[in-house]
Write a protein that binds this ligand. Structure first.
Ligand SMILES: [Zn+2]
Ligand SMILES: [Zn+2]
Length: 331
């Protein structure tokens, strides 16, 4: 085994990632060392690079949709065998002791670690992870196709659960998470109404291809009132639009880690027992449920793979918008 790993490292927010060789770390405790096969690119990575997330570890290797092979294990790591193909999601560790951890809400843990944010992630040839927060990758998915399941899929699924028992579901922002959630929602018998940037007819036809009942611009009124809506786009101005699109008693779920400020809006937009909430992180239970569900649907991820060395170019394209499905880096 080579003793050097290669990474794309963020030294300071608002600067490009730099290629950097790092010593191959030895796993300790419950850690496993993975040879990275693929790492998905999430909008959260862009928020990190753009300095929109508070207090990242710096320097940091981004990336929290890691699919890799176990190549070494710490003394307490017994869950996987060498050669197993496993996934590493955003939730890297929890304290296990705070009131959230003790009440099945470890996604809200006061002292959680996050992959590619507070601990190094998967924009690299190798990555360390605590095996207790990793998951076997379902068979039938290539490493590239499985990578987006690990955040776009998991946190998208948690957002979908928060949307409740809604038959008419709006989705604002039709990127990596939406393209997975739309498939699960359709399989559950919901009808999906997809909202894209105004005029983005490519994204609208992509949404229809994935079974959306209707697709239009985020400034449009859907043809019928919605029971719930999920906002994946990091745009606070969409909240009043989504609240207006849902019926009385409807729910609007904000599925992203960062949003621009929400403009003020009249109370009658929220009135009528509408609910507005955010989704934060994931629990391991979410991951277990979703990774069991994905092959049943089956969720088909639409992915484009790029070499790890092109991470900066890929992030620039994500910033501009217009990418179809999910993008994945391959070392
Ligand atoms: Zn905790
Ligand atoms: Zn993510």
């Amino acid at each position: 085994m080579s003793t050097t790993a290669h990474s794309m490292l963020l030294e300071t927010p608002n600067t490009p990632l730099v290629p950097r060789a790092i010593d191959l770390p030895d796993p300790t405790g419950h850690q496993v060392l993975l040879r990275v096969l693929a790492c998905g690119v999430c909008r959260t990575d862009l928020h990190l690079v753009d300095g929109e997330l508070p207090n990242p570890k710096l320097p940091i290797i981004p990336g929290h949709e890691i699919v890799g092979l176990v190549v070494a294990a710490g003394p307490n790591a017994q869950r996987f065998r060498l050669g197993d193909r496993i996934g590493v999601p955003w939730l890297a560790s929890t304290c296990g002791e705070c009131e959230y951890c003790r009440t099945s809400r470890e996604n809200l843990c006061d002292d959680a670690g996050f992959t590619g944010y507070t601990v190094d992630g998967g924009y690299a040839t190798h990555a360390l992870a605590d095996e207790r927060y990793c998951f076997p990758i379902p068979q039938g998915y290539s490493a590239v196709d499985a990578a987006p399941l690990l955040c776009a899929g998991l946190i998208g699924y948690r957002s979908l659960k928060k949307a409740g028992d809604s038959e008419r579901l709006g989705i604002y922002g039709f990127g990596a998470a939406a393209h997975i959630v739309a498939q699960v929602a359709g399989w559950q018998g919901r009808r999906v109404f997809a909202f894209t940037r105004p005029g983005d007819t490519d994204a609208q036809s992509f949404a229809r291809d994935l079974g959306a009942t209707w697709a239009g611009g985020s400034d449009e009124t859907p043809p019928e009132p919605l029971d719930a809506a999920i906002i994946f786009a990091p745009v606070g101005a969409l909240i009043p639009y989504a609240l207006r699109a849902v019926r009385k008693g409807g729910t609007v779920v904000c599925g992203g880690i960062h949003m621009t400020d929400i403009p003020s809006f009249p109370y009658d937009v929220l009135w009528g027992e509408r609910t507005l909430l955010s989704v934060a992180n994931l629990t391991r239970a979410d991951a277990g449920e979703f990774l069991a569900l994905a092959p049943q649907v089956p969720v088909h991820t639409e992915t484009t793979a790029y070499p790890l060395a092109e991470a900066n170019e890929v992030l620039a394209r994500l910033r501009l918008g217009g990418l179809r499905g999910a993008v994945v880096l391959v070392p």
